[in-house]
Design a protein around this ligand. Structure first.
Ligand SMILES: Nc1nc2c(ncn2[C@@H]2O[C@H](COP(=O)(O)OP(=O)(O)O)[C@@H](O)[C@H]2O)c(=O)[nH]1
Ligand SMILES: [Mg+2]
Length: 200
């Protein structure tokens, strides 16, 4: 399923052509932008036993995604790709790599999370966990993945990390300064909410 929300770059036409050639694919369109919202809509409607996604720019080697699916089939609640494990093979710019390490360290300090890479564009969930977690996640943009994982750990979900092969695609939609502010605001809102609910 290809989730297109509000793109203006010919994605719709390209996907329709792809579906003509490979009817296994389907296409969901919504005008509201934001990756989290796109995942929420497609996962909510899925009639499958597991849901997941990988970035459409194929930064993650598709083989890594198959390893996530296998992990769910073997009982993990969530399986996530990580670019920050000893066996991960990554090709990233120094700046993105530095920001990613700082961000994941901040998550560890603020929420004591056990996973290493919240924002890798490659994740799978059992549908049971997807159904219970989605209503608890507020963010519909880039912070969606982080919030999902922080809440999942607190609900006792088993998160399995898989080292991925990652090749950065420099055609990025991330505007670094704006996205850093978005993440800081997401972290602050979530931390305050959990403190107010007396969760460490
Ligand atoms: N459906 C949907 N996907 C998005 C949106 N923005 C980004 N993505 C997906 O998120 C991935 C990561 O975005 P990208 O610009 O490559 O960010 P980067 O890899 O972190 O530089 C893309 O490959 C898309 O698959 C959006 O608004 N809607
Ligand atoms: Mg990318």
């Amino acid at each position: 399923m290809i989730a297109d929300n509000g793109s203006t770059d010919g994605t719709g036409a390209a996907v329709r052509k792809l579906i003509g050639e490979h009817p296994l694919f389907s296409y969901v369109y919504s005008a509201t932008p934001g990756r989290g919202g796109a995942l929420r809509r497609t996962w909510e409607d899925a009639a499958t036993t597991l849901v997941g996604y990988m970035d459409v720019d194929l930064s993650t080697d598709p083989e890594s995604f198959l390893a996530l699916v296998a992990a769910i089939e073997h009982g993990a609640g969530i399986a996530v790709g990580s670019r920050l494990l000893p066996n991960s093979k990554t090709q990233r710019s120094l700046l993105r790599s530095f920001l990613s390490r700082c961000y994941n360290l901040l998550l560890k300090l603020l929420f004591r999370v056990r996973f290493t890479d919240a924002q890798c564009g490659c994740k799978a969930l059992s549908s049971d966990w997807s159904r219970s977690l989605l209503p608890t996640v507020n963010d519909n943009h880039w912070f969606f993945d982080s919030e999902l994982l922080v809440r999942a750990e607190r609900f006792g979900c088993k998160i399995q990390e898989i080292p991925v092969t990652w090749k950065e695609n420099t055609d990025s939609r991330v505007r670094i300064f704006r996205t850093v502010l978005h993440f800081i605001s997401g972290l602050a809102k979530l931390r305050v909410e959990l403190w107010l609910n007396r969760q460490r």
